[in-house]
Design a protein around this ligand. Structure first.
Ligand SMILES: NC(=O)C1=CN([C@@H]2O[C@H](COP(=O)(O)OP(=O)(O)OC[C@H]3O[C@@H](n4cnc5c(N)ncnc54)[C@H](OP(=O)(O)O)[C@@H]3O)[C@@H](O)[C@H]2O)[C@H](O)CC1
Ligand SMILES: [K+]
Length: 221
């Protein structure tokens, strides 16, 4: 059975694992990236040209690590940031410094049409507002050409708690979600846009006295 959590509960669990248990954030990012590689490797996606779209938070940091792991396997991967990289979180900048040493250069602008698979690492549980107009337009264009998308943790644009669409949302073929099933993936549009949901353990721990607000559990597929 898989436990359902809200965005706030997932963020509390993240914080507890890092601050109290002492699990380094970069280890969680690496394990999340490896989990996505596992799923991609076990699937039948055409990996001729993988386009990784990365945001400025930890979801984006996962995306940069995913791009690095794909690149290290000799896969033709493009990494494109959505937003001003100078405003990215430190976790993203650490990953960027590592990929530069690997020789993987960020793309300024990528053509969706060239990609055979899109990895969506723009926003995850931290989405807390409607998406910027420009990103909404980009997402609608990407949905229109129906390229296969693997969503990292949550499809960008889906509210992790309510499942509502925040302006626009990237339709995923597969969603690889970390630790627990975000309840937004099972509600409203969240469930129809997430595609095949795969929950992967990345080493999150919960406090003994942690009380989940949602008692209902989902049968594991
Ligand atoms: N749970 C796990 O096991 C792991 C989770 N990880 C990954 O981390 C993300 C959550 O990362 P976080 O940095 O909290 O948030 P996001 O990356 O989803 O969002 C980035 C920041 O963007 C800002 N934001 C939110 N909404 C908007 C918006 N509509 N427009 C513009 N900007 C927005 C927000 O920053 P603020 O300063 O505004 O709060 C977000 O922080 C999780 O989903 C996982 O992928 C770990 O990396 C691995 C383990
Ligand atoms: K995402």
């Amino acid at each position: 059975m898989t436990q359902l959590v809200t965005a706030a509960e997932m963020q509390q669990i993240d914080k507890y694992t890092i601050d109290t248990i002492g699990m380094p954030q970069d280890v969680l990012i690496e394990r999340a990236a490896m989990a996505v590689l596992d799923v991609i490797g076990a699937s039948r996606f055409d990996l001729t040209h993988v386009l990784v779209l990365a945001g400025l938070g930890n979801n984006g940091a996962d995306g940069v690590a995913i791009a690095r792991l794909l690149y290290a396997q000799g896969i033709n991967v493009s990494l494109q940031f959505v937003g001003n990289v100078n405003r990215a979180k430190d976790s993203v900048k650490r990953q960027l410094a590592i990929i530069e040493k690997h020789g993987l250069i960020r793309s300024e602008k990528s053509d969706f049409n060239e990609a055979t698979l899109i990895v969506d690492a723009i926003f995850g549980v931290g989405l807390n507002n409607v998406l910027p107009e420009g990103l909404q337009k980009m997402i609608k264009a990407a949905n229109h050409i129906e390229k296969p998308v693997v969503a990292v943790d949550i499809p960008t644009g889906i509210d992790a708690t309510t499942g509502e669409i925040r302006g626009a949302a990237l339709k995923a073929h597969t969603t690889v979600s970390f630790g627990f099933t975000k309840v937004g993936l099972t509600q409203q549009k969240g469930s129809s846009l997430s595609g095949n949901i795969i929950i992967k353990d990345v080493g999150m721990l919960i406090p003994d006295d942690f009380e989940f607000s949602i008692q209902k559990k989902l049968p594991v597929a």
